[in-house]
Every structure is written in C-alpha cells, then in structure tokens.
Design a protein around this ligand. Structure first.
Ligand SMILES: *Cc1c(COP(=O)(O)O)cnc(C)c1O
Length: 378
C-alpha cells in the first residue's frame, strides 16, 4: 500500500475472486456484489463466455495498434451503429476518454462552420470523467479544485433553466446523462430533455449523450435515451461495454464524424483485439429482447425492495438510487454484512448489480441486510 498514491484513501476489503453476482475476499468471505465494479460487470464475474472469448483472443493476438485493421472493431462498430441508428464508431479505453473524444469531435465539427463556436455546456450534477477535458464539464468542486486552469469555454450553469439559456450560436455541444449516475441516479425530465434537444438543434449545436453508465442494457434498453425518444448527434459508452475489460466507444452521425480525418485523433490501445472480443460477447448477450425484458422486470422488483430501506427510490432498470441517511456508514455496514453497494453522497445509495441478477439474489440481499435494517429502525 505504501507505494500507491493515496487518491483512493483507505481500502478495507481485498478482492481476490468473483463468480456471477458474488465476490470473495482474501479470507474467503463472500459478498453479494450490487455495485458490479461501478456498473461495469453486467454479465457477472468470471462469466464463462467472456473468459472463453478473451482467452481465445489472447491466444491469437492481444494488441497490434491502430496502424492495422482490426476485424473485431468492424463487427462491434456495425452492431453499435445498428443499435443506435448512428453511423460511425471510434474506440478508446474508458469513459473519460470517450467524452474527451466527443468534446474534440464536437469542437472540430463546429469549427468547420464557425471558429467562434467553441462553448461546451454541461448540467449541474453532471459527471463526465477526470481527465482535464471531461473534468472541465464535471462541475464538482472537490474534483476540480487545484487542477485549474481547466479547458476554456466549458460552462455549467447552476440550474436546468440556465442550461437552456446558455445554448446559443456560440455553443458547440451540450453533454447530458439522461440519468445522472454519480449525481445520485437522478432521472432528468422528458420535458427538459426534449426542450434541450430542440434548442440545441435550432442553434446548430450538438446533443452529446453520455451513456457511459446508463448504456449497454443497464436501464432495460440498450441505450437509456431510447426510452426518452431523443436523437443524439454523439453518444459515449464505456463501463458496461467490456464486462470489466477496459473499453470505451464514441458513436456519431456520419455528418459529425466526417470532421475527423486521418491524424485528427487517436489512441494506442483503443479498440484492441482483446477489448473487442469482450465487447462482442457483451453486445451479443445484452442486445436481446429477453435479456432486456429481464433487466426491466427484475429492476422493478429491486426498486420495490429498496423502498423498504429508504426513500425516493429512482432510476430505470438496474440503475437505482435510494435516499438513506448516513449513506456512507450504511454502505460500510452493508459490506460487513456481505453486500457491496456504493454511496454517491452521504444521503444517497446507488444500487447497480450485475444485469444477470435473479429473484434469489434479491432475496439474498434482503436476508443479508435485514439485520442491518432492524438495527437501523430501532
Ligand atoms: C464513470 C463515468 C464516466 C467516466 O468513466 P471512466 O471510465 O471512469 O473514465 C463518465 N461519464 C459517466 C456518466 C460515468 O458514469
């Protein structure tokens, strides 16, 4: 521990193994994992099909760089474009990189028409990542403090009305999470989202939907924005796309994507054969009506379970949040009782289990936490 930087603070649990919805620590203690590596491991830990696919790929070639054509990239791009209705894909390694690429793409596209169109708008409560670009559109003091100057002309107005007012002829793009994950699983209203989309398009600005957390089946449809009837120009993906193998993606219309030419943007690792092998399996399993119906159905049941633990349950599918007083201490107690959860603030617990959870896992959740619940209600 002493040679690691302290940015994650003290970590009290050491994970050595996983199996489906369960993780095991160094002493063999079993945890029901309702955090899923922060909404990542959607098909469950040590999923045999993912393991098989990446093992086979590792035996063939792991990496060759983007100097060469990678067949897996073409296949994953085909599927993601088919599912989104967008036309082009770019692969990277994480959510922040996907948003970084989207910021560059939006500015490059805007600059073709008007050099002064550089403003990037984000929403109060947004989280788009930790690199300097995406940090500049992540309006959280604790994350931004000490890292300035940030990227110029990135603005985050304090209210949704002010966001709408910021959209004008100098706006390149607005970034939106239709459900704010780090912001506490806050679902934006349909009315606001449609008003924003209209305003952006009226002013020739792009709608970028950050589906890093909501995407790849998490909310019961492949992309969350499908449920809102939106038409993004750019979509970013990452977390759930590789079941834990690092991979991100940026999808765009052909019109927008055409502003990238050879040399405009790149990455050494992005879209390498290993990452594509994982993503192919994930998409094949998740982009399936029965699978997505299951997410909706079990998500409804989990929402009901959570309402027994706290108030203001919100979210869609298996992306849920609940108000619980002293959320951080609740999460610690839950871990002691063998359930892994995350807190997005000291009032809000986020519940994002693997998408393969079944009734028996919900029962296990209640059994493991009933002791905690009874202690709390005394
Ligand atoms: C997690 C997250 C990111 C950042 O992803 P990293 O892979 O951690 O860089 C960006 N946007 C949203 C909505 C996220 O939830």
């Amino acid at each position: 521990m002493t040679h690691l930087m302290n940015n994650y603070g003290e970590r009290s649990i050491t994970i050595v193994r996983g199996d489906g919805a369960y993780l095991f620590d160094e002493f063999g203690k079993q945890y029901l994992d309702f955090a899923a590596g922060i909404a990542v491991v959607s098909l469950g830990h040590a999923n045999p099909d993912v393991t098989q696919a990446i093992a086979t790929q590792a035996g063939a070639v792991i990496h060759c760089s983007n100097l060469y054509q990678i067949p897996g990239q073409m296949r994953v791009a085909d599927r993601l474009c088919e599912l989104s209705g967008l036309d082009r894909a770019f692969f990277c390694n994480s959510g922040t990189e996907a948003n970084e690429c989207a910021m560059k793409l939006a500015r490059k596209y805007a600059a073709k028409e008007n050099q002064l169109r550089t403003k990037i708008v984000s929403l109060p409560g947004a989280f788009h990542g930790r690199t300097l670009g995406s940090l500049s559109i992540t309006p959280k003091k604790a994350y931004q403090d000490g890292f300035g100057p940030l990227v110029p002309n990135c603005v985050t107005p304090p209210s949704l009305e002010a966001v709408l007012a910021e959209v004008d002829e100098s706006t390149a793009a607005c970034f939106v999470e239709v459900i704010q994950g780090e912001g506490g699983v806050r679902v934006l209203s349909l009315e606001f989202l449609h008003e924003l989309e209209n305003k952006l398009h009226t002013h020739g600005a792009l709608l970028v939907i950050d589906e890093v957390q909501t995407g790849v089946g998490r909310t019961g449809t492949f992309f969350a924005y499908e449920q809102m009837g939106l038409h993004p120009d750019i979509v970013t993906l990452a977390k759930g796309l590789g079941n834990g193998v690092p991979v991100g993606a940026v999808l765009a219309t052909s019109q927008v994507a055409s502003s990238f030419e050879p040399g405009s943007h790149g990455t050494t690792f992005g879209g390498n054969p290993l990452a594509m092998a994982a993503a192919e399996v994930v998409i094949q399993k998740v982009a399936n009506k029965d699978f997505l119906d299951h997410v909706c159905k079990i998500g409804g049941k989990l929402a009901h379970v959570l309402s027994q633990f706290g108030e203001n349950v919100s979210g869609l599918g298996l992306m849920l949040g609940v108000d619980i007083p002293q959320a951080k201490s609740f999460v610690r107690s839950a871990a002691q009782n063998g359930v892994l959860l995350t807190a997005t603030s000291d009032e809000r617990v986020r519940v994002v289990p693997p998408l393969i959870v079944e009734d028996k896992h919900l029962n296990d959740f209640v059994n493991r936490l009933s002791h905690l619940q009874s202690v709390r209600s005394k």
